[in-house]
Design a protein around this ligand. Sequence first.
Ligand code: FES
Length: 162
Amino acid sequence: MTTLKINGKTISVNAEPDTPLLWVLRGELHQVGTKFGCGKALCGACTVHLDGVAVRSCITPLAAVGEREVVTIEGVQGAEIDALRQAWTEVDVVQCGYCQSGQLMSASALLKTTPQPSDADIDAAMSGNICRCGTYPRIRAAIHAAANNRTSAPAASAGNTK
Ligand code: FES
C-alpha cells in the first residue's frame, strides 16, 4: 500500500512504489481526465501538478510523489484555472480535446508563477504539451486572454463582475 494526497484527500492505494502515478490515477482511482498519450513524457497529455508544479504523471513513480500534493484536472482550483477555462471557451481552443486537460494543467502552473507571460514564456512552459490538432495559436491566445482577464478583473473568479 502507498498513501497519496490527491485533490485534497489522503488515499491509500494498492500499488507498488515504482508504479507510475498515471496508472493509479486512471486505473485505480478512475480519475480519467488525465490522459495517457505516449507513456514517455513526450506529449504532456498526462500532466498533473505536484505541489503546484506541472509534471508528467506517466513517468512519475509513486515513490517520487511522497508527501507532495497531487492535483489533477478534476481537482485543480483557483483564479488561474477559472480564468483559463473562461478564456478557453471564449477563444474556442478545443478541437478533438484529447490533449486539453494536460494543456490546462501546464497553463495554470504557468500563470501561478508568471501572471503576465510573454509569448516566449508561454512557448517555454507549453513546449512539452503536444496537440495533434494544432491548436497552439489558440492556446497561446487563450493564455494571454486569461492573464489579461485576471489583471483587469481579479475578482471575476468569485462572481460575474461584467
Ligand atoms: Fe486534439 Fe489537442 S485538441 S490533440
